[in-house]
Design a protein around this ligand. Sequence first.
Ligand code: OVV
Length: 394
Amino acid sequence: MTVPSLDVDPFSREFFDDPFPVHAALRDAGPVAYLSRYDAFAVARYEHVQAMLADWQNFSSQRGVGLSDFAKEKPWRLPSLLLEKDPPLHDRTRRVMDGVMSPAAVRALRADFARAADTLIDELLQRQRFDAVCDLAEAYPLTVFPDAVGMPRENRRFLLPYGNMVFNSFGPRNDFFKAAVQDAAPVLAWVQAQSKREALSPGGFGAAIHRAADAGDVTRDEAEILVRSLLTAGVDTTVNGIGAALYCLARFPEQFRRLRADPSLARAAFEEAVRLESPVQTFFRTTTGNVAIGGEHLGEGRKVLMFLGAANRDPRRWENPDEYDITRRNAGHVGFGHGIHACLGAVLARLEGELILGALARKCAAIEISGEPKRRYNNTLRGMASLPMTLRAA
Ligand code: OVV
C-alpha cells in the first residue's frame, strides 16, 4: 500500500483546539491518507474532496456518513431519508424536500426573519456585554427556524442538545459523543413528538412535509423522519455559521468596516465565514467498490473522511486561504457540501446570515470580543461554546 499512514486523531480535543497543522499535514501527505487509529481514510485537498462529493456512485452515503458502517453495525437511529440514502431513494425524498423549501417558500419568510434580526440586535445594543453564542448565534435561529417549521414556542432550546448529539454521532464513540448522549437523553421524547403532524402548525415546513404524505409523495412514517431531518440539521449548523461570522467580524475589524460601509455585503460576509470556519467540518463516505482518488486505489467497503474545512483552506485552491475577506470570490467552497447531498437548508442559513449581519452592519459601529472565547467540542461541528461580546451603537 502506497497510501501514507498518519497517527493523528481528528476527533480529539487537541485537534479541535487547533486543527490547521493537521489539516496541512493531511493535505501534504497526498490525495488520500490512512488514519491508523480509525482504520479509515482521509481526504483533505480541495480537488479530491470536491470530486468525492460529486461522485455518489463510488462514495456511498447509504452505509452512514459517520465512522460507523451500517453494513456492519446497526444504525443507532433510524437512518435519514436524505443524508443517509443514495439514489434513487435519496432523489425521491430530496425532490419532495426541495418542493417544501422552495425559493417562494423561503422568500415568504424574509420579512419576519428581518424583523426578528433587527429586534434582537436592538436588544443586544442595550446591554454592556452579552454572549455572542447564547444570546445571538443561538437565540436568532432558535426564534426564526422553529417558527418557520411551525413548532410551538416552548422548549425550543431542547433542539440544541439534540443536534449536538447527532453531529457527535458521526465520529467515534468517544467521550464527546458519550457526554452528548447523556445531555440529550432528557429531550429525545420531546424531539420525536415534534415531528408528528399534530405538533406542527399549518403554515410551516413541517405541515408542508405532512401534506406531501397526503399527496402520496412519501408515506406518513417517512414524513415524520423528514421533519426530524429539519429539527436535527436546521439549528446547530446555523448557530455555528452565525457564530463563525461574528467571530470573524470581531477578529478582522477591517472587514467589519467594509461591511458597515456597504451593508449589502452581509450575505457575502456570511458566506466567507462558512468557507473559513466551515461549521460542518467533516463527513464520511463508504467506497462501493475499487475506487481511485488522485491515482491511489482503495478497496470496497472502506470509510473515507472528507475534510470540508481543510478543503476550504487548501492553498492549492485558495489565495491567502486563512484570511477572512468578504469580497473574496469564494464560489465553489464546500462548506455546504456539493453534489446531490448539498445542504438543503443553505437557502435558509444564508437568509439568516444575511439578515443578522445586515442588522449589525446598519446598527453597530464596532463589534468587539470582551472576554475569553471558549471552544465547543463536537465530532463534526466547529464553533464556540461562549464568546463574550460588546457592540457599540452606530
Ligand atoms: C445534514 C444533516 C445532519 C444531521 C442530520 C440530518 C442531516 C438528517 O437528515 O437527519
